[in-house]
Write a protein that binds this ligand. Structure first.
Ligand code: IPE
Ligand code: IPE
Ligand code: MG
Ligand code: MG
Ligand code: MG
Length: 324
């Protein structure tokens, strides 16, 4: 059973082979090679590999293409997400639509999605149908979540329940899906596939809450994204929704004028952050992140009988500590 660090090295080697194929020098493929080459934590492929090796008892090498499938899918969603979020920076470098243009970013994303599906089933023809069904279930869910993210940014308010449902779809379904796809490729029964999915989905909710927190409070050099981009885009993050709920009348007025009238980005960010501080939002967000991850850990307890599960648990513990 390989450690997460060993799996990461194996995965990067396989990904480099994909990126360096001859025909990836053509214009449609250059943005794909570019974004895959910028690094990234590789959370989803590692979860797929960890799930696969734990449940199959086989070498994770067999699942490297499937792991590349989830990473390509993830990168496709990032390319399109950056257009929607008007994001200038990804993984410390210019986003694909900034470096090229939106047309190229849309097409490169679409092609990446198609290649991702091919990679997912390539080494598991016997499980192709359940793999594709699970992958497409997740894919539709991500689109629903992204649509809700856009709709909520344009709506005056939102509830925490709506927010959790939105992040469950846009982020947690793919993290859950990485676990369930690894389980399907391992030939697991439906009950185990579902338990792996639920566990991964619970991790994914904590992961997106953390992303919302880091969007405001991480160091840009390390996080690799424009700091406070969510504030600039009026994203209904956990932080903003709780601030709207907790604000008194005068804070509420200030918040509205910052969100809808302030044109200077620096003043907007500083003003919203000052309100977050006054309302104790950073501390409250941290404690929610901990609570969601603790829930995921408790769900993992029923999976602990699988060999190698301790590695998945250790991976989760490391993820809980991330600051980028
Ligand atoms: C970013 O995902 C998008 C979210 C769902 C928050 P990651 O934080 O996994 O990004 P990379 O792949 O490590 O760059
Ligand atoms: C992204 O959510 C979820 C996706 C499906 C890509 P965000 O918009 O918060 O992700 P980042 O912060 O740009 O990585
Ligand atoms: Mg987004
Ligand atoms: Mg974004
Ligand atoms: Mg974000």
């Amino acid at each position: 059973m390989e450690s997460p660090a060993a799996l990461k090295a194996l995965f990067e080697t396989r990904l480099a082979e994909i990126r360096e194929q001859d025909d990836w020098s053509r214009s449609l493929y250059r943005p794909m090679a570019y974004i895959l080459n910028l690094g990234g934590k590789r959370v989803r492929p590692l979860l797929l590999l960890l799930s696969y090796q734990s449940l199959s008892g086989k070498s994770a090498k067999t699942a490297l293409n499937a792991a590349a499938g989830v990473e390509l899918f993830h990168n496709f969603t990032l390319i399109h997400d950056d257009i929607m979020d008007r994001a200038p920076v990804r993984r410390g470098k210019a986003t694909v639509h900034e470096k090229w243009n939106e047309d190229t970013a849309i097409l490169a994303g679409d092609a990446m999605f198609s290649i991702a599906v091919d990679l997912m089933v390539r080494d598991f023809p016997e499980f192709a149908a359940p793999l594709i069904r699970e992958f497409m279930r997740v894919s539709v869910g991500v689109c629903e979540g992204q649509m809700e993210d856009m709709d909520m940014a344009n709506a005056p308010g939102a509830s925490i329940n709506e927010y959790i449902e939105m992040i469950r779809k846009k982020t947690a379904m793919l993290i859950g899906g990485s676990m369930s796809l690894g389980a399907i490729a391992a030939g697991s029964d439906q009950e185990t596939v579902a338990a792996m999915y639920e566990y991964g989905e619970a991790i994914g909710i904590g992961f997106q809450l953390q992303d919302d927190f880091l969007d405001v409070y991480a160091k840009e050099e390390k996080f690799g994204k424009q700091v406070a981009g969510d504030i600039l885009e009026n994203k209904k993050t956990f932080l903003l929704i709780r601030a709207m709920e907790k604000a008194d009348a005068s804070q509420s007025e200030r918040l509205k004028s910052l969100l809808f009238e302030e044109e200077d980005p620096g003043l907007k960010i500083a003003g919203v952050m000052a309100i977050y501080e006054e309302l104790g939002i950073p501390k409250e967000t941290r404690s929610h992140i901990d609570a969601y991850f603790s829930k995921a850990e408790r769900m993992g307890a029923v999976l602990a009988q699988h060999p190698g599960f301790a590695q998945i648990d250790a991976f989760l513990k490391a993820l809980m500590q991330r600051d980028y």
